[in-house]
Design a protein around this ligand. Structure first.
Ligand SMILES: CC(C)(COP(=O)(O)OP(=O)(O)OC[C@H]1O[C@@H](n2cnc3c(N)ncnc32)[C@H](O)[C@@H]1OP(=O)(O)O)[C@@H](O)C(=O)NCCC(=O)NCCS
Length: 161
């Protein structure tokens, strides 16, 4: 991590975005494509990583994703993004995705997923990011889990060569 860079709090980069699901996001039966959701999630996570690093960022990996319940056209989808962990040049951003039925007010946690972004310089080379200041016990819990996921990812990367 960028030891000379000033640490930033988790709350300084937390990002929320909501999007109404439209017919172009869905199949002919009105169920939203997982790819539509992941495309928006990638953008929200990008904003969060950019707010933390104030640098250009690129998606290095996305952890496996599963959807617990369907999202339908006409529902609002809320994306909540937070930096969980920073390395020297990389950041894990966790996204919680909630669907909201605008007629009943009921919200459903459809899934959570984890993006790793790497801050890059003008030549596309990894560039240091500010350390992360954890503010709550929830941040600490997420940080610990993110550290375990990072170990797993790096092991997978080394296995593939
Ligand atoms: C991401 C990228 C910049 C990393 O470059 P690299 O030369 O492999 O970088 P390094 O090996 O020096 O690793 C730099 C950081 O990236 C992390 N990283 C690299 N590959 C990773 C992966 N697959 N998953 C998670 N983190 C990864 C490393 O852990 C390291 O983090 P740290 O500095 O916090 O310890 C490079 O692989 C790249 O440009 N990839 C294409 C990204 C892209 O185009 N994304 C959009 C797809 S459409």
């Amino acid at each position: 991590m960028g030891k000379n860079l000033k640490a930033k709090k988790v709350s300084e980069s937390q990002t929320e975005m909501s999007q109404l699901m439209m017919p172009q996001d869905a199949n002919p039966f009105g169920f939203v494509h997982g790819g539509s959701i992941m495309s928006i999630a990638d953008k929200v996570a990008y904003v969060c990583a950019s707010r933390h690093s104030l640098k250009m960022c690129t998606t290095a990996s996305v952890d496996s994703v599963s959807f617990r319940s369907p999202i339908k056209v006409g529902q609002l989808v809320n994306f909540l993004a937070s930096v969980n962990y920073v390395g020297r040049t990389s950041m894990e951003v966790g996204i919680k995705i909630l669907s909201e039925d605008l007629h009943t007010g009921k919200t459903t946690h459809t899934n959570s997923c984890y993006f790793t972004f790497v801050a890059i310089d003008g030549k596309g080379k990894p560039s240091p990011v500010p350390p992360l200041t954890l503010e709550t016990s929830l941040h600490e819990k997420r940080h610990k889990r993110a550290e375990e996921r990072r170990k797993f990812r790096l092991a997978q990367r080394n296995k593939k060569g």
